[in-house]
Design a protein around this ligand. Structure first.
Ligand code: GDP
Ligand code: IMO
Ligand code: MG
Length: 429
């Protein structure tokens, strides 16, 4: 396999983890490059269901290295809980210690970041983003403001002390006077960091430069994205986005191996669309069809349990994702969820209700989205159970017509079709 990045191409939860887990069979090294425990990644393997948040979805295989890369943000208690969870499901501690690596350059989510995330959301009231309240935005804000704490800082008490002397007076002013939250003493933060050091110490790869040189030159690499292009901080439905770059280019920054290491970018799309949290969603169906998609698709958040908003496939935003996400091929998931639908719709353009004009360009100003309505094309459903189809040829004709149409609209090939959550329920085209 060529070095591949798996990118969510919609609003997250497209089934990236299933695709990553599958492709991980052919990789030696699997690395997350952005995001944190806001991600909720489901892998169904050997009859068991695993939910990953920070740990890369390749962890279930023997003899693979899984890295949480420099572009990620880590809330150590969440990582500990996740490790405990997969141990309780039968994965051995020794296996995790051998397979899991953490970049010393990843950022730490402190308790105050979560406090600030919660406070900002409450303060925004009806304008809230609907974040996962995992402290993601405040951690990245501190990183870019140059007042963040990195994993490696936990392992050098002099550096940590110096950094806290710089960060703490500022942070306390912000906590007290902007957020009306409790300030911290340096001792409290040193103690917090000591507990994080204990959680992370078995996994931090201090020899990462030598190790990544070896991997870059001799191994097959899979880059695992979290969230999705439409939640990208630069290209998503800003401000209703996450605070990192889920696009393929994010892997070039966050995985510490540069641009040329990435040879192939698979965009994972659901055969319809979902979104959790607030923000525009032009093909959203607030009706019984939306309810049906949610029910059949089991559309509830892995991280927060929130019901996902559901709607038809939006080819306008999908084409935009292909462009800005740098996608070279498509993995289409959850095609089976459409099995019982008589008609299936795809938005091929948007109509501006004010001007009457239609457009196939994605309007990036989301505050204008209420002016647009989707222009749909309608297809006949296949009304057949496809969950046991093993090849493209076995798919019903109407499903093939739907796939061909999507390929035409997106301008790139669908190379993987997923017809169920299991590893086996996958068609490679
Ligand atoms: P991710 O965040 O992109 O990895 O996706 P999530 O795990 O949040 O959500 C995808 C959900 O769909 C999970 O429950 C998967 O087990 C499930 N899933 C993935 N692919 C398929 C598929 O082709 N068909 C069905 N029915 N479920 C799928
Ligand atoms: P995976 O990797 C779906 C959404 C939140 C909110 C916005 C900002 O499972 O696809 P944040 O906590 O990141 O500051 O929240 O982004 N969001 C996700 N939606 N899947 C995810 O991850 C998400 N991670 C964040 O709901 O709208
Ligand atoms: Mg998810």
């Amino acid at each position: 396999m060529k070095n591949t990045v798996v990118v969510g191409a919609q609003f997250g939860d497209e089934g990236k983890a299933k695709i990553t887990d599958l492709l991980a069979q052919q990789a030696d090294f699997i690395t997350r490059f952005q995001g944190g425990s806001n991600a909720g990644h489901t892998v169904v393997a050997n009859g068991k269901k695993y939910a990953f948040h920070l740990i890369p979805s390749g962890i279930l295989y023997e003899n693979k290295i899984c890295m949480i890369g420099a572009g990620c943000v880590i809330k150590p208690e969440d990582l500990q809980n996740e490790i405990n969870q997969i141990i309780s499901q039968g994965v051995s501690v020794e296996h995790i210690k051998k397979s899991l690596k953490i970049s010393p350059l990843a950022s730490i989510t402190m308790k105050y970041h979560c406090d600030m995330d919660g406070f900002s959301e409450d303060a925004l009231g009806k304008n809230k983003i609907g974040t996962t309240k995992k402290g993601i935005g405040p951690t990245y804000t501190d990183k870019y403001r140059r007042t963040g704490i990195k994993v490696e800082d936990l392992f050098n008490s002099d550096t940590l002390s110096k950094k806290l002397d710089i960060i703490l007076p500022l942070k306390n002013k912000e906590l007290e006077f902007v957020y009306n939250l409790k300030p911290y003493t340096k001792e409290e933060l040193i103690k917090e960091c000591a507990s994080y050091r204990e959680i992370l110490e078995s996994y931090v790869d201090f020899d990462w430069q030598d190790n990544l040189n070896e991997i870059k030159n001799n191994k097959t690499i899979l880059f695992e994205g979290a969230q999705g292009v439409m939640l990208d901080i630069d290209y998503g439905t800003y401000p209703y986005v996450t605070s990192s770059n889920p696009i393929a280019g994010g892997a070039a920054v966050g995985a510490s191996m540069g641009v040329k290491t990435i040879e192939r970018a698979i965009g994972v799309f659901k055969a319809y669309m979902t979104r959790v949290g607030e923000g525009a969603f032009i093909t959203e169906l607030a009706d019984e069809t939306g309810d049906k998609l949610r029910e059949i698709g089991g559309e509830f958040g892995v991280t927060t349990g929130r019901p996902r908003r559901c709607g038809w496939f939006d080819a306008v935003s999908a084409k935009y994702s292909v462009l800005v996400g740098g996608l070279t091929e498509v993995a289409l998931t959850k095609l089976d969820v459409l099995d019982s639908f008589e008609k299936i719709k795809v938005a091929v353009a948007y109509k501006n209700k004010k001007t009457g004009k239609t457009t196939t360009q994605y309007p990036t100003d989301v505050f204008t989205h209420q002016d647009y309505e989707p222009v749909y094309e309608e297809y006949q459903g296949w009304r057949t159970d496809i969950t046991k189809c093993k090849s493209y040829d076995e798919l019903p004709d109407n499903a093939k017509i739907y796939l061909k149409k999507l390929e035409e609209l997106l301008g790139i090939k669908i190379t993987i079709i997923s017809v169920g959550p299991d590893r086996e329920q996958t068609i490679f085209v």
